[in-house]
Structure formats: C-alpha cells, structure tokens
Design a protein around this ligand. Sequence first.
Ligand code: C2E
Ligand code: CA
Ligand code: CA
Length: 691
Amino acid sequence: MQHATDVGTDPDDALARSETRFRRAFSHAPFGMVVESADGVLLEVNDAFAAMLGRHPQSLIGCRDDELVVDDDPAQVLAWTINGEPDVVVTDRRYRHADGHVVPARCTSRMERDTQGRIDGRLTHVADLTRLRAAEDALATSEARFRRAFDESPIGMGLSSGDGRLLWVNDSFCVLLDRTWAEVVGRRTEEFIHPDDVRVASRTTRRLISGETPRAECEMRYVRPDGSQVWARLSMSTLSDPDDDEPSLVLAQVLDITAAREAEARLAHQASHDALTGLPNRMLLLDRLGQALFRRDRLGHEVVVLFLDLDDFKIVNDGLGHAAGDEFLVEAARRLRQCVRPTDTVARLGGDEFVMVCEIERVHQVAALCDRVASALGTPFDLDGRSLSMSASIGVVVGDDIHSPAELLRDADVAMYRSKADGRGRSTLFTEGLRAEAVERLEQEADLRVALREGQLAVHYQPVVSCTDGSVHGVEALVRWHHPERGLLLPGDFLPAAERSGMVVELGAFVLTTACRQLGAWQAEGRHLTVSINVSPRQLLDGNVVDQVLNQCAAAGADPEGLILELTENALIETLSSAGERLRPLRRAGVAVALDDFGTGYSSLQYLRDLPVDLVKIDRTFVRGLGSEDDGALAEAIVRLGAALDLTTVAEGIEDPAQLERLRAMGCGYVQGYLIGRPAPVEELDLTPRW
Ligand code: C2E
Ligand code: CA
Ligand code: CA
C-alpha cells in the first residue's frame, strides 16, 4: 500500500506504530475494505471483503474490480467532486460470490490523490447488503400480501380518515353497499348509514379518534341505493404512526349480519307469538295488557279484557281433521282482529282460547264489542266446501288499578267459564260473586280429594229392564257422594268441577273398581247381569281406561263380557280420532260400548255409523215428551235407527206407564227409569222381574 502522508517531525518508530495500527484496523475491520489502483486493480483487500466473496484474500489481489461483479452496470449513487473529479463515490454493486450467488453491496470509495491532486488510487468501504435486501424484499412481499388481504378479503374493509371520509375500501364492502368503488371512495361514511344509526356510528368513531379506546365495535344498518337495509357489525381500530403527528386513520372490518339479525327477530317473534295464527301469545298479551293499564291510569279510558273460548271447536277439529281445524283457527283469528282497533290486542292462548285487550271510552261499549265478536264468528266459515258457523263463550273483565294483568286474565277466564256453563255463546261480565264461585269450585275440588281418600263416595245401581219380559237385564252404576255436611250429593253437584280439575279420572277409577267387584260378585253367584259404567272424555283421554278396565276385571275375577261402558256422543266425538283405536282391545275382550244421552249431542248419522258402539241410550228428554206428537216421532225414529244399524236401544227416564207402553210398542229393547227402579245401594236393589 502506498500511503503518502506527511508525518512531519514524528520519530520513525511512532510512524511505524501508527502504520501497524492502521494495518490491523484494515485487516480486522468487520466490513469489507479494498485498496485499488487508479485504474481499478485491487492492491489490497481485507478479510471481511474476501469472506464476503467466499475467496481467499490473496486470490483477489491483482484482480480488476469489474471482474468481481456480475454483468450489470453498477449504478453510481452519489459523488462528491473536487475540481470536477469525484472525491467520494457511492455505488451499489452486485458481487459474485465464489459459489455463484450474488452479493449486493454498497461501496463507498474515497479517492487517493498525489501531491498534485491527481487520483492515484482509491480506498473503498464495502458494506454487505444481503440481509438488508432480504429484509426489504420480505417487506415488499408482505406489503403486497397485506394489500391483497385487504382488497380480496371476504369481509368488507374500509379505511377512512378521522373525519369519516372513506380513503380506501375493498370489493366486499362495495358489494355490501351495492355500490361501485368509485361511488364509495372519497364519500363520507354517514352518507351510507341508516339515519337512525348515524349517531351510534359517529360516537364510536369519536371514541377511537380521541384515543379513548384503541378498538371499538358497533352494529348498525347501511342503506343500499334501492332503499333496502343491511345490518352490519363493524370492528374498528385506529391506524396511527407513533412517530407521526398525522391524524389517525380508522380501519373498519364490516361484517354483513343481516341474516343473523333477521333470524334473531324471527326468534323473538316466535317466542312472543302463536305460530299458527301469528297472534301474540300469553307472554306478549300480559305485557300489552300491562301497557294498556298504564295508559289507562294516565289517559282515563277503560281497558277491557275479553276471554273467548270457541264452543264445540273439538267437533270441527276431530270431525273434519286437524288441517281443517287449523284453517278454521286462522280464519277465526283474522275475523277477531277485525273486530277491534289496530292498537288493541288479540292473542291466542292455545287451543281454541283467544283473549282480546281493548281500550274503550265507556264500559258499556263492551256489549257492542261482544256482539261484533258473536256475529264475526257466526258468519259461516267455508271449510272444505262445508259451511260452518261458530259461537264463543266470552268472559269479560274491566281493568282497574288494583289487579295485575295476570289476575285480570284469570278473572276473565272465570267469567268465561260461567258463560260456558250457562249454555255457551254468551258473554258474562266478571263479578266478585263469580270469583267466589271459582273459589268454591277450588274448595270443592279439595273436598272431593278428601272424599275419595276417606271413602265418602259410593256407587248406586239403577236397574235396566228388558221390554219384552220385564226381567232385570243389568244395572247402571251411578256415583254418589255422602258429604259429611251437605248430605247425599248427586253427580250434577260435583262432576263438573271434577271434570274441570281432572279429578274425574280418579273418581272414575273408584267407580270402575267398585262396579267390577260387584260384577264379579254377581257372576260368582251365578247371576248374569250387565253393569254399565259411565266414562267421561277426560278419563278416555288421560286415564289409561283400557288397561284399567281389564286389570280391574281380572282383579275382581269378573268376566268383561258383562261390562258396558257408557260414553256420551260428545265424549266420543272429542276423542273421535283415537276412540276407535282405544276401545278396540276392550271390545275384543267382550266389553260393550253404549252411546249415552243419544239425541242431545251432535247427532250425526255418519258418527253413529263410524263409532265403535253396540247400544244407544235414548235421552230422557225424548221420553219425557212421549205424549206429544213430535217427540214421539223423534223417539220412534231413534228406535228405528238403532234397529237399522243393528244396535240395542235403551230408553232412559221412564216415569209413567204410558211412556213404557209407547216404547214397547215402538220396539225399544230396554228401559230404565224411576218407574222401574230408582238408583239404589246394592243392598236395596230389587232384581226381580217387573212383569
Ligand atoms: P246418565 O248417565 O244419563 O245417568 C242417568 C241419570 O238419570 C242418573 O242421574 C239417574 O239417577 C237419572 N235418572 C234415572 N231414571 C230417571 C227418571 O226416571 N227420572 C229422572 N228425572 N232421572 C232419572 P244421576 O245419577 O244424577 O247422574 C247424572 C249424570 O252423571 C249421569 O247421567 C252420568 O252422565 C253422570 N255420572 C253418574 N255417575 C257417573 C260416574 O261414575 N262417572 C261419570 N263419568 N259420570 C257419571
Ligand atoms: Ca249413563
Ligand atoms: Ca243418559
């Protein structure tokens, strides 16, 4: 190395020391160093440079600088010039490593000049840029990747300035808004947000910009050009460069949640509405009633609650099928809605029970409302080509500031129950007296429970006599209650309450057990009597009558052939769809089925043909009027009908000999009534032939 330095007066050894220091620094420097001649021949290189190229230092000496780089022209980056000649030159060069790969490097060369200022060599510092370049490449790729992630994301993405102007959005966001990129970018986000949600959106953005929170979420609606709404969930965050004073940018991820929102709304609707008719259910009804009562307190109008129960809906449902029943209910719901104002509520509590909550000026207007309901339901319904009209039993209660919605509903139910008991198709205004009755019914229910437990119930038997020879063919079992305070009670006094509470199932089981034992006892004595047992619809539906009957017969050692189950027409029709199925095993075991109170119910020939019946019992009302022409004709028609259908006929309620004579003349099979024998305990029963 030639190094022209004027060292002045320094002694020789000092020079030598400095020389050594310099040489050591040169060769051990952690970066490449090269000394070249003016025409680019390498005179000296250090270890770091040689290592960079994977060569031995010695092998590089004498090489020309441009032999070491790959073909392309090294770009000159910077140059300082002195007298028009460069003094320091920075170039980015691409060296070839011994193993062939390219080594990018930044070379900073300082020109060495002779005393006349002519360049006679240069010292170059070579920095290996391999790692820097790799990092730069990686950065570029990752930037591209991020860009793609943004642009092609299936989730809507938008970048906006702090003042809400959209700077960049992706395709998904445009699709969500149903607008083109050009229509969106540069506009303010508010322009696309539903007016009701603008406040929510801007409040969220403000919280972000102010630095109150680094991330925020909100749900809101966008409005599309066609006016439709899109529910979106936005997850927003601020993008700000920590070294930067620039106002922050807001990045939003926008997810279309319309479907989820709609599903939620549907669920909420389902939870508060009846699926069939779309009317509010009990829960929503109570809520609406509460609101109406609240308004009543402030505005001073009246709130009335109408509890409606369709009369004989079962007949439609079971007779015409459930599809027709549903169709009927939907139409009934529609008509009921038309009876009231849009602000009033019509709810369905299930089955054939509806409730109306109406706000009216004066209480007496409720009568007109009930009339409207009656005529709405009374107008014939067209079901499957059949025309059918309906009535409803209605209970009315007037709202006050004492009773809760649930209490009012219960009172309206109590009043409805009275309407039904009074003969259907009526409306009854709730009174405290009715409540007392309802309470009494509840007490009676409790009493009946005690009666069953403490053996206050008994079974009396009434003889059924053959018209031809006057012999006692069988007996009908009739339940009695020896009430400790009220004396002997007849079924009419307690059966309705028992039916309603379901106690009739237990009561029926008691009668069944007692009667089967009696049948078994008579059979053991060699007496061939039939025992008729009354079965209520509840028993047929709830209780496992078939098993019960067969088990009781078995337990009592009684032959089921002697047993007759009496069901009313209505009971059979209420269970029509299942009665046949249920009764079949019984009939196979020899148990006969009688249609009780024939003529008082729905009386349809079709039913009579389809029902699994062996006997018909002609109701007392036809027998009572046997003097008059009309009823005589009816009774006769029923007897004939029975004969034609091959059914045994039994006439009930025979009280005088004239009635008996007429029935015998008509060809009626059996008779039953006070004339022949009153119901009595088994010990008092007269089983001798009557004539
Ligand atoms: P039902 O099945 O029609 O029973 C005949 C009713 O007519 C009995 O009334 C009987 O005492 C009465 N009766 C009989 N002959 C005459 C008569 O000549 N003149 C008049 N006026 N009445 C007569 P009861 O015992 O009061 O029973 C009333 C109803 O209660 C029965 O009507 C039946 O539907 C029901 N019932 C009775 N016992 C039971 C029972 O154990 N279970 C069920 N589920 N219902 C029962
Ligand atoms: Ca009966
Ligand atoms: Ca009867």
